[in-house]
Structures are given as C-alpha cells and as structure tokens.
Design a protein around this ligand. Structure first.
Ligand code: YNC
Ligand code: MG
Length: 397
C-alpha cells in the first residue's frame, strides 16, 4: 500500500510525537530535473492559461464531468468557471502551476492539477507553501498511475521556483493527515434537498415538520451587520489575524490576499463567488465580527426534478468577542445564524461547514446535520505535531 506515497517527503503513519517541527527533506534545486516527466504514450503536458476564457471553459468541462463525487456517485461538485478563475488566480499565481494533460491527437484535456502560492502559520513559524487543488483524471484514464505523475510534475515545477512545502486536502486517507474533519449540512430549502435525494424524511416526522424545523427568520439579527466594503480591508486583516491566532495552523493573508479571497467587487457579467459580511459597532465604528461563505453547486446525477443543489460553504469568520464576558460561544451562534439567513436570502439550498476550528461550538445548535463526507488536511515536506482543537487548548469560549 502507498507505493507512491512511501517515496515522498511526508510523515509516516507511525510517526513519533516528539519530533521537531520543520521541513522533512532539504531540497537541492540543482537536483531537480529541468524537463517534464515522460507521460503515457499518446498524451502531452499542457500549461493552461486561465486568463483565457476558453482555457477556463476547458477546465470547467473536465471537472464538471470527472471531479469529486459523493460515495454513491449521486452528486458531483460543479465548480463554476468564475469559481475556478477565483481559486486559481490569487495573488502571486503562476501559470506554470496550472498543469494539464491533453490527448495528443484530439487535444482533449484529460487530466489536471493546480497550485497557488500562499503563506501559512504553523504555531510560531511562517511557511511559504503552494496550495494544491483540483487534481482530476478523466474516468477512462483512472488507475494507470497518472496521479503520481501529475503530483511529481507539479512538485518539480514548484521546486524550480524555490517552493519546497505544500498544503492540500483530500477525502482519501494518505500518510499522514495533520487533522481530519467531517462535513455538516444545514438545510435552507429542506423540501428541495428532499426531492433531490440529499435529505431524508425521518420515520417519525412529516415533510411539513421538517420544513418548519429548518425555518429561518427573514432578517438578520445583529445590529450593524453589513456587506464587506473595500475600505474595511485593513481592519478586517487585523480582526482575522487576532482571531486565527487561536489555532495551531492558519493562513497568513496579506492585504491583497484578503481582497482577493474575501472581497466581492460588483462587476457586470461577473458572477458572485464569495459573500462577506462584517459587524460594525455603531459607537466605536470598529469591526467586531466577520463571516464569509462561498458558492459551489453540486450536480444531481440521479434522475430528479432538480439538476443542481446550490450550496454555501462556510469560509473564514472572526469575532472580537472571544476576549469579552459575553463569550464567544453565544456570539458565534447568532453570528453564524445570521450567515444562514443571508445565504437563504441569496437562494442557497444548503449551508455546509466542517467541524474544524470553533465550528463545533454552534453546529448542533444551528441544526446542521452530520454528513458522511470527510476531509483530511495535509502538509507536504513539513512535519508538525497534530492540530489541537479549541477545547483541547482550553481557549476562552
Ligand atoms: C489524492 N486525492 O493513493 P499510492 S483532492 C493524493 N491525493 O498512490 P492513479 C492520491 N494522492 O497509494 P486514479 C489521491 N487520490 O499507491 C489517489 N491518490 O501511494 C494516490 N478522482 O494513482 C493513491 N480529486 O493515477 C495512489 O489513481 C495513486 O487514476 C494512484 O487517480 C486519482 O485535489 C484521482 O477526487 C484522485 O480524478 C486523480 O481518482 C482520480 O484513481 C480522480 O492510479 C475524482 O494516487 C476527483 C478527485 C482529488 C481531489 C486534491 C488535492 C490533491 C493533492 C495531491 C498531493 C499534492 C502533494 C504536494 C505537491 C506539491 C509539492 C511542492 C512543493
Ligand atoms: Mg491513472
């Protein structure tokens, strides 16, 4: 097992806990091959140019038919072209890290892997990383050991640019997660989810009672809640940094990254991907809270009167209430409930969240259902002790 992963600079499953945090292997750039790895016969490497609409559409077409499905293959993630462009052209992005494979004859895109650069904080260390995502192989090319080749090729291209560490997430278990979480789902339009085969009717309930159970007020409840403005970005960066300091690992965003990942600028013809809201205190004009979510549809592959489920995914959030008497737990409950109301108003069908960071404090109270999906978090060529959650760390709640 793990024929490929055994050869990579990642921690072994039986790793000791007392190991020093830091790189696993020191990379000598001179030993990095200058040419791409040889590919299967009849296929060739291609670097996509995501500033070109037709390249984005090609990638969309591959992913929308071959990317991640749920266990039964009933639903498949349907990242929109706008989402793909957003996810892959963050500050510092490199064209060379949008790696595709084409069939030499038909020129059809048959596989892909991507990376974007960023920094993370792991305890007190800042690490320059590439974030790897959208690894995808056409269904007819599966189980031919192409995935290790894609991974080795993007690794080579990162090493050549002097990046030796990576972060990535996957549903599959590989050596060795730094943390593992489960997906939770909060129905916003229960009836549609039921009709699409995503939600089930409990034996002792009725459709009417299920709809009532997930009913939300029409308006948000926190005074001063409003959409994020560009003029908030400095204050938001500060609020987020303070809040994320609670956790063992977090992104370390520059202001440009905050703008890119969190600020939606109204532009004609550009579909909204991310929704961000802040709470501004009326007296002090300070930002006290923040939440965001992004939009990612799922295609319903089974026969149903619905072909898409519109899902909002909880993204970053922050609150200055962690250090006050009112308490973080109570505050997050109303804050994220307001996020549900905003998402419902924007016509999302379901609101997803993982049980990471402080999410366990509100998931149950806000009627998220425990899902079957899991997500493992990984670091490449970097060792650190397992990530602890807020409870284990005795953080103020
Ligand atoms: C996976 N998701 O274990 P061993 S997540 C990493 N991430 O290797 P083959 C994976 N490795 O066990 P197939 C993986 N899935 O023998 C499988 N593997 O050591 C490993 N699905 O290769 C697997 N997208 O080509 C095994 O498998 C080897 O044809 C088998 O292709 C796999 O984006 C896949 O779920 C996932 O498109 C491409 O099934 C295919 O089955 C597919 O024979 C649907 O591969 C879509 C899907 C995955 C989404 C993601 C994160 C990817 C992270 C990759 C690792 C990055 C490392 C850091 C690199 C940069 C370094 C620097 C600096
Ligand atoms: Mg393969």
């Amino acid at each position: 097992a793990y024929k490929f992963w055994k050869t990579q600079p990642v921690p072994k499953f039986d790793g000791k806990d007392d190991i020093q945090q830091g790189p696993i292997k020191i990379i000598d750039p001179d030993e990095t091959p200058k040419d791409p790895y040889p590919l299967l016969d009849g296929f060739e490497w291609v670097t996509l140019d995501l500033t070109e609409d037709n390249n984005v559409v090609e990638l969309y077409n591959l992913l929308s038919t071959h990317y991640v499905e749920d266990g039964e293959g009933e639903f498949r993630l349907n990242y929109s072209p706008a989402f793909l462009r957003w996810a892959l052209t963050s500050p510092g992005w490199q064209k060379e890290w949008h790696v595709g494979v084409r069939a030499s004859k038909s020129k059809k895109l048959t596989a892909f892997i991507s990376g974007v650069p960023t920094k993370i904080r792991a305890h007190d260390q800042t690490v320059q990383v590439v974030e790897i995502n959208f690894l995808c192989i056409h269904k007819k090319l599966r189980s031919k050991r192409l995935a290790p080749l894609l991974i080795k090729e993007i690794t080579r291209r990162c090493y050549l640019k002097g990046i030796y560490q990576a972060v990535y997430t996957a549903a599959v278990v590989l050596p060795t997660p730094i943390a593992s979480y489960r997906y939770f789902h909060r129905p916003l339009n229960w009836l549609k989810l039921y009709e699409a085969g995503f939600a089930f009717l409990p034996l002792n309930s009725t459709t009417g009672r299920q709809v009532a159970k997930y009913h939300l007020p029409r308006n948000t409840s926190i005074p001063g809640l409003r959409a994020l403005r560009e003029s908030d970005l400095d204050a938001l960066q500060h609020l987020l940094e303070q809040y994320l300091a609670r956790f063992d690992v977090s992104p370390k965003f520059t202001k440009d990254e905050i703008r890119h990942w969190l600020f939606h600028e109204e532009k004609k013809g550009v579909e909204q991907v991310v929704w961000s809201y802040v709470v501004e205190d009326a007296q002090t004009q300070k930002l006290t809270d923040f939440f965001s979510f992004y939009s990612l549809e799922s295609s319903v592959t089974s026969h149903s009167k619905h072909d898409k489920i519109r899902t909002a995914y909880l993204y970053y959030y922050a609150s200055a209430f962690s250090s006050t008497e009112d308490g973080l737990e109570a505050r997050l409950e109303i804050l994220i409930n307001d996020a549900l109301i905003v998402a419902k108003k924007a016509d999302f069908d379901v609101f997803n969240a993982l049980n990471l960071q402080d999410n366990a404090l509100f998931l149950e109270k806000l009627r998220f259902m425990n899902g079957s999906g899991e997500l493992n978090y990984y670091l490449f060529n970097y060792r650190m002790p397992p990530v602890r959650d807020a409870q284990e760390k005795n953080l103020p709640l």
